[in-house]
Design a protein around this ligand. Structure first.
Ligand code: 0O2
Length: 212
């Protein structure tokens, strides 16, 4: 490729990613508004932290290959829904579901797909509530509905998932059985911690239910 062709490919890819970047910003703003209003109304912050990312080029290529998606931006746009991803970490399981409801019930949001790995954890112990939503973004050329994958989880689930992710990559996805069993056990411990912390939190607030 000539430098000019390479530059033009780079520009095309950046142009492809731009709406996803805007979709992330829309969702981040919605979450920040929910957090600030919640703090104001209830003197309580249900969100520990929010992180967002655009899928890396490597991870995108790997997924396109794994799913057998045809070459071309149109097919990628149609077939991959987690190019824009937001992760919402909450203190308690109840808050994860509460924020899921508050976000997905907004009338400019459309739910595409929900995977509730909190209710039904993966065999390895992974827990998180995933939803792919469409959020409208208004460009100079008009409205585009951008898919964003939002993952809701607790601090304990997040701690577990980030370690598991590192182990998975360290062993190039061939994790020894002993470690898999340890991870599953740690996931159970994390779930137990979530239950106990939530119980303590309820006691601290004298059974006060934060009404929405
Ligand atoms: P990254 O680095 O976040 O981009 P799939 O075909 O299964 O890949 P799908 O249907 O989107 O695609 O999968 P799913 O189950 O909704 O969620 C995929 C994402 O959830 C992953 O992103 C992880 O962020 C997280 N996840 C799912 N399962 C596990 C797990 O067992 N362990 C950990 N640590 N995270 C998990 P990507 O695409 O893998 O990576």
């Amino acid at each position: 490729f000539s430098p000019q062709e390479l530059r033009s490919m780079r520009d095309e890819f950046q142009h492809f990613l731009l709406p996803y970047e805007f979709g992330l910003r829309e969702i981040e703003t919605k979450l920040a508004i929910l957090r600030d209003e919640f703090q104001h109304m209830h003197d309580y912050n249900p969100i520990e932290h929010v992180s967002s990312r655009l899928k890396s080029a490597d991870s995108l290529v790997e997924k396109v290959e794994r799913k057998g998606i045809e070459p071309g931006f149109e097919a990628i746009r149609a077939g991959i829904t987690d190019i824009a991803g937001v992760r919402v970490t909450c203190s308690f399981v109840k808050d994860a579901y509460r924020l899921f409801d508050l976000l997905t019930q907004q009338d400019d949001i459309t739910i595409r797909r929900v995977k509730d790995y909190i209710a039904e954890p993966k065999a390895n112990g992974y827990k998180s509530l995933h939803v792919v939503v469409d959020v409208p973004v208004f460009l100079s050329s008009g409205r585009v509905d951008v898919p964003v994958e939002v993952q809701f989880r607790t601090i304990a689930m997040d701690f577990w998932a980030s370690l598991e992710h590192k182990i998975y990559y360290k062993f190039d996805s061939k994790v020894p059985d002993r470690l898999l069993a340890e991870l599953k056990d740690a996931a159970d411990t994390a779930a137990d911690l979530d239950t106990r912390m939530e119980r303590l939190h309820r006691e601290l607030h004298g059974g006060r239910v934060i009404a929405v």
